[in-house]
Write a protein that binds this ligand. Structure first.
Ligand code: ADP
Length: 149
């Protein structure tokens, strides 16, 4: 990548917030904790192709209770019709929507997280308005879309 572009992207990171680079909750592919992992749902998961799926409370699409890792489903047989909540979910960490992109990039560099929730409520951080992955933060830094591997 062109160094000038990277420096330009880096300088702007402090002025932009999580809300600018998140994937809005309406566009997030999530599953209810109650959802049955039958053949139909498994096919939807594979067609989407995401590696992490936010899991929401049955009565509220915005209340994210954990993250389902698709790698945990590789040996799963859809005929057993388990529910999402029968799997061990990864805890979902939340950041406030005003957090700047530089802090977010640092957090992804330090932590083991790949995906965080974005919330505009400090009292209720698991009420998500969006999600963010490491890739969203890195794309912001280098100023262009990463062609997916
Ligand atoms: P993956 O490894 O699943 O492809 P990435 O971390 O590479 O995910 O993210 C690629 C883009 O897809 C990012 O913009 C991210 O916000 C978005 N994304 C990741 N998971 C989901 C999901 N479950 N629903 C909607 N968008 C998602």
């Amino acid at each position: 990548f062109d160094e000038v572009m990277i420096v330009h992207g880096a300088l702007g990171m402090r002025d932009r917030s999580a809300a600018c680079i998140m994937t809005p909750i309406a566009d997030v592919f999530s599953l209810s904790a109650d959802a049955v992992l039958d053949e139909y749902t498994m096919e939807r998961i594979h067609l989407k192709g995401y590696s992490r799926i936010p899991v929401h409370a049955p009565d509220n699409r915005r209340r994210i209770v954990g993250l389902l890792l698709v790698t945990n489903l590789v040996r799963y047989n859809p005929k057993s019709c388990k529910r999402v909540r029968d799997f061990t979910l990864d805890p979902a960490r939340a950041v406030h929507s005003s957090t700047n992109c530089l802090s977010i990039l640092k957090m992804f560099r330090q932590g083991v997280y790949h995906m965080v929730l974005v919330s505009d409520s400090r009292r209720n951080p698991h009420q998500a308005i969006g999600i963010l992955t490491r890739e969203d933060a890195v794309e912001e830094l280098i100023g262009e879309e990463i062609l997916d591997e």
